[in-house]
Structures are given as structure tokens and as C-alpha cells.
Design a protein around this ligand. Structure first.
Ligand code: CA
Length: 257
């Protein structure tokens, strides 16, 4: 092994010409893999910063300019695990999309990752084309206007509740006039709740219809996402008026006055 093999790759500030491109943070301690991911994402026009461990990742997330738009996060990192990094950034209120890279395949591990705030799992070894496709999907929601009207089942694309507006065609949302950034899964969950307005939906039902999981070993995942929706939209997240808990069962969305 080379002398500097455990040295994290140096952070790279993007040149001014690509400051407007989405900024991706790649957290990976295997330098050759970090470089490969960086090279391919930059070839797609993204601005990329790398970090070799969790501490460097959290530091980069806190200070990066422009802010980080998406994180590619290895699970197995020296010191602080990818789970801890993800929990750390969610604890700060960040809703930046996170793609977790992992060799682990157990459902329990994936659930743990979702609990920690992961949006997508990508199993190692993965195809770089697949990674780029997921990145594009997670970042592209703002430009998404081609959804067929039939998919809405004739429902309005724009939904208003309280001081909040959500456009399910453009995937844009605002709360009290301020833009709200939602991950793909948060948007999907919100859509399901809105389409079942006033009805009690169970956690199992949400896991099945939003997450596409038939087994439900950890419904805490749902609770974490619901907390994020409250933080995003409720004027007072600790006293929600739209995203209501139904004790022992699940949740109920109401538009309210
Ligand atoms: Ca690793």
C-alpha cells in the first residue's frame, strides 16, 4: 500500500464556471472508488467534492459553498459509519438526498439506513451508469413536467393546505412562501397522504404502497419521514394540524381550514 493510502482525498472547490451545477458530496474512504465516482459524475456535468471519512463529510456539508445538493455516502467508513453521518446531517435538519453505498444486503440493514434518513440504497459493486441514473432522478425532480395527466387520476396537480402549496407535476413545494425541498420518497409519501385525505392510513399500508415493501420489520421508518414532513410544512411541528398521528394505528392527513 502506498504511504498516503489512508489519507482522505483533498476537498476540491468547484471552479466558478460550474458553480451553478448541482453539487455532489462523495463520501468514500477507498480512494480509487471515490475518484471513479467523482470522475464519472463530473463527466455528467456535476460539481463534486470528496470526503474520506464521516467527520470530513459533516464538515463539508456544513460549510460547502455552493451547498451540497446530494450525498453519495459509503456505509463502511473509518471511525464514523455512514449511518452516523446520515443521522448527523438529518439531526441538523438537512433534507439533502442521500444515496447509501453498501455491500450489505439484509433488509434489516436497509431499514436501518432508511431510519437514519437514507433515500436510496445502492449495493456494491454497482454500475456507475445506475448511480448516475439515480443521481439524475433524485436531482431532477424540479424539471419533471412530463408526468401523464392520467397518472394523477384526474386529481389536481396543485394541492394547497394551510399556508402550504405542493405541485405534484413540478415536484415543487412551498410553506409560508418559502421553498421546501423534499426527497423522492417524501414526495411520494406526501402524495399518498394527500390522495387519502381525511382517512386513517396505517404504517403497514404506507410501507407497502409508498416503500413497496411487503414485510414491515421496522415501521419507525415511517415515523421518521412523517417527522420530516411536519418539519417541512407545519408552522409548529410539535403541534401538527395537517400531518396527524392516530395512536396505535398510523397517520391522517387533513388540509384543514
Ligand atoms: Ca468503505
Amino acid at each position: 500500500m502506498g504511504r498516503g493510502s489512508d489519507r482522505p482525498p483533498a476537498d476540491r472547490a468547484p471552479p466558478p464556471s460550474i458553480m451553478s451545477m448541482p453539487h455532489i458530496l462523495v463520501v468514500e474512504d477507498e480512494e480509487h472508488l471515490a475518484y471513479g465516482i467523482q470522475f464519472n459524475l463530473e463527466a455528467e456535468g456535476y460539481s463534486v467534492t470528496t470526503a474520506g471519512d464521516g467527520q470530513a463529510a459533516l464538515a463539508a456539508l456544513a460549510t460547502a459553498e455552493p451547498p451540497v445538493d446530494l450525498v453519495v455516502l459509503d456505509l463502511m467508513l473509518p471511525g464514523m459509519s455512514g449511518y452516523a453521518v446520515c443521522e448527523g446531517l438529518r439531526a441538523r435538519g438537512s433534507d439533502v438526498p442521500v444515496i447509501m453505498l453498501t455491500a450489505r444486503t439484509l433488509v434489516e440493514d436497509r431499514i436501518r439506513g432508511f431510519d437514519a434518513g437514507t433515500d436510496v440504497y445502492l449495493q456494491k459493486p454497482f454500475d456507475l451508469e445506475e448511480l448516475i441514473s439515480i443521481v439524475r432522478n433524485l436531482l431532477g425532480r424540479r424539471g419533471r413536467t412530463e408526468r401523464a395527466p392520467a397518472e394523477n387520476g384526474g386529481r389536481d396537480a396543485v394541492v394547497r393546505f394551510g399556508d402550504c402549496v405542493v405541485n405534484f407535476d413540478t415536484w415543487q413545494a412551498t410553506a409560508r412562501g418559502q421553498p421546501v425541498r423534499l426527497t423522492n420518497l417524501e414526495m411520494k409519501l406526501l402524495r399518498y397522504l394527500v390522495e387519502h385525505e381525511g382517512m386513517v392510513v396505517s404504517r403497514d399500508e404506507l410501507l407497502k404502497n409508498v416503500w413497496g415493501m411487503t414485510r414491515a420489520p421496522a415501521t419507525r421508518t415511517i415515523d421518521t419521514f412523517m417527522l420530516n414532513l411536519r418539519k417541512s410544512f407545519e408552522a409548529n411541528p410539535s403541534e401538527p394540524v395537517h400531518f396527524l398521528s392516530v395512536r396505535g394505528t398510523g397517520y391522517r392527513f387533513v388540509k384543514g381550514g
